[in-house]
Design a binder for this molecule. Structure first.
Ligand code: SF4
Ligand code: SF4
Length: 113
């Protein structure tokens, strides 16, 4: 079980959640942020900080947001642990991110192929 960011985040990327995450595991996608389930410690700080109620615990996810968990799992299935969002930067394009991802900027990246 872990926390998940739903599509409610789209258009509201204010990063209030990022500022509260003690392990820096909330990563930047093209349209929304994503929690890395391999790094999240389930503290709940991001859920409280989000002014748009875009973050839920997996087991409390509303039915209309059921796809959010699958999207999160898909984003990080190959990437795994990335060592922190500030250091890593935006996610790669085919993992929900943009062309501004780590590889482009010459920084350490995950094990994407
Ligand atoms: S539950 Fe805690 S560790 Fe997990 S993403 Fe939210 S703030 Fe970060
Ligand atoms: S605080 Fe909520 S709406 Fe804002 S970026 Fe984080 S998840 Fe998205």
């Amino acid at each position: 079980m872990t926390y998940v960011i739903t599509e409610t985040c789209i258009g509201h990327v204010d990063r209030s959640c990022v500022r509260e995450c003690p392990v820096d595991c909330i990563y930047e996608g093209e349209q929304q942020l994503f929690i890395n389930p391999h790094e999240c410690i389930d503290c709940g700080a991001c859920e409280v900080a989000c002014p748009y109620e875009a973050i839920s615990y997996e087991s409390e996810l509303a039915e209309e947001h059921a796809g959010a968990m699958e999207r999160q799992e898909l984003v990080f299935a190959e990437l795994g642990r990335l060592g922190g969002a500030r250091r890593y930067g935006p996610l790669p394009p085919r993992h929900g991110g943009t062309s501004e991802h780590a590889e482009t900027r010459g920084l350490p990246k995950g094990n994407e192929s």
